[in-house]
Design a binder for this molecule. Sequence first.
Ligand code: HEM
Length: 372
Amino acid sequence: MKNCHWEPSEQQDQITSLDKLRQKCPVAQNEMLGHAVLMHGDVRSVIEDYETFSNKAGSHLSVPNGMDPPEHGIFREVIESYFKADRLPNFESTCRQIAQNIVSKMTPNTALDVVSKIAKPFALHIQCAFLGWPESLTSALGEWLEANQQAIVNNDRAMLKQKADEFEALIRQQLDVRRQSGSTKGDNTYRLMHETVTVNDKTRYLHEEEIVSILRNWTAGEVGTIAAAISSIFNFFAENPLVAEQIRNGDLSTDDAIDEILRLDPPLISNRRRATKDTEISGYPVKKGEKVTVLWASANRDESVFDKADVFNPEQNKAHNLLYGRGIHVCPGAPLARMELRIFTEELLKHIGEFEVTGESKRANYQFWRVQ
Ligand code: HEM
């Protein structure tokens, strides 16, 4: 079967363009993405067959995102404990405080840029609080993310390398502070520095480059998805005031509603894989070593799986929603992300009655193509 060629459009109309592309082409070709997989069933086949479609898609260390079994499982076990349900209640009140501070800056009947004033600051403050980093770091991190995002969009390898070095320096500073001072004892960054792994029967502490990689993945990827999710939630409430009302009245589960809003308007567009042997996806040939990109933003709107895919229907669509992925790489941070978004939404709906989009509705767009 012959693949069709495709150039991704700007972030703003990316989802619409994927909707159109999916109708004529289940697997599209693109230089940057390799084989871009658009259908729900194909995306599932790829992510579930981790032997044929490796996560070692890039050249630099990415813990655990860019690893395969058995190495992946060793590191995955370490990070999973940070997001377990029993750990999250400790973070809930901090999370609510941050949401309240940010939402209280919104003046009713006054227009404001949700992306720069609400979505990004919330995501950055939450991430710093989660890792025990000082609040003063939020602006440096925000600037770093913007520049890193631009480098990803431009596929600018030299700039990406420079940004990776800058991020490393930033994190090493945080590690040094923790080596010198007892005041940070017990925060998540400190904990990470004291984690051990058993590799080839030898138990050792995480190497510094592994800690840096874990923290880079949590920051670069996750601040982007949370910020994008917040802007999607605003846009959705502006267009669907009745749903906001149902959540406010307790007639609809906030978690289910948010998962469905983000199925319709996904905060994370894609993830990468690399074929480990000659294979095919729905009859489309894929050669050993070639790049494969799973497009969550398309699969989650696939009409062959979701009846009236464009319509908000949490009950109907919950079971097939791939928002947090599936299989061995399924998002370990999902319980944290859900808690953050639920608390934010609760505080938002307490503070604001109705929403209106003035001007062009925007999405926070840190998260374009995640690099590994
Ligand atoms: C709305 C917010 C979020 C969405 C939509 C999301 C979505 C995803 C998806 C789809 C994957 C699977 C990637 C793949 O199969 O290649 C993933 C993996 C991952 N996510 Fe999230 N995520 C979110 C928030 C978070 C947060 C807050 C954290 C942690 C701070 C986090 C940490 C991770 C990590 C470490 C992985 C890699 C797991 C592995 O390779 O085993 N995510 N995420």
